[in-house]
Design a protein around this ligand. Sequence first.
Ligand code: C5P
Length: 393
Amino acid sequence: MTELTGKTIVLGICGGIAAYKSAELVRLLGKAGAAVHVVMTENGARFVTPTTFQALSGNPVWTTPWDDRRANSMSHIELTRMADALLIAPASANMLAKLANGIADDLLSTLALARDCPLLVAPAMNRQMWNNPATQRNVRQLEADGIALIGPDSGSQACGEVGEGRMSEPDTIREALTVFLQPKPLAGKTVVMTAGPTYEPIDPVRGITNISSGKMGYALARALAMAGARVQLISGPVSLPTPWGVERTDVRTAQEMHLAVMQHVGQADIFIGVAAVADYRAVQVSTEKIKKSADTLSIELVRNPDILAEVAALPAAPLCVGFAAESQNLDEYAERKLKTKNLRMVVGNLVQNAMGGDNTQVVLYDAQGRHPVEPGSKQTVAGRIVAHLTNML
Ligand code: C5P
């Protein structure tokens, strides 16, 4: 089972050099489990031939409403009746203008007008065309009509100019579509969460940190965003991309994390502390690199604030979830944490089962007791944690 298993996508391709990226997009959607049916405009088919898309999608490619492979020439209606979404990538300036005004003068624009499924568009055009007031007016109209926009990105363009208007990368479009198509049980909820390690400096080049890749927190942020939550992720230093739709604030130390959480948590319905916060920091941070001279060196440490416990103790505290990564006695420590920190749920794992890897094994603890979660990838397990959380709400 992959994330788009059972989904049918009609992919519209307009005339633009970004059409070459759509070949990769078809492959990515197929790999994620979707059935893809490609519709090309006449100009789209000048950039990449229908044969390429037929080979990649394994389905016939459609270019004209007058195609007698469909009985009664009804392809303009029937193609989207079986679809979970119509995705147009690349969407040219001309196509945006037609969509915004209900013009249906070829197969793709007619399909869009006759559709009964959601429409997502990934615009691609020269920066002047994108910034033209007419295009911007059309984009506002499309948004008002409930059409989802993906991108465009900024950067160098095929015409040699640099600016906004590049089509988003195929993987970004696949991700946006995947998020769009998932059920949204957490719509309207705001989640503030922490992830990754913190770094507590000792001098300009040294510090104390935790071994935390941030993978579990980022997988959870992605699963929450997919479930429709607004996610504000306060992240320690990690080398991971921000999941689609997640708002991220980068911090380095526990004190910075504490400050950022307190600034955001007022709007939160749920707070989740996934970060491996350093329990102590150096009392004195040396401004110069400490030289080795004596055989021993003592660094005085002071306790960092317990961010999760403080949030849970707020007068109007959100629903608080903590993580317990332990090397032994998981049940005892996790259950104690649930009570002492006043949490609604603790996600417990044995560090030897998860650290740094892509898979994990967790047990959920709440007022009802202990709930082992089927092991799997961190992303799959994150989905199961979100499902449990959704049921609690
Ligand atoms: O107290 P302990 O570190 O065992 O608890 C772990 C949980 O508490 C995690 O959810 C972690 O994000 C959170 N925590 C925190 N601030 C700290 C220490 C831990 O938010 N200073």
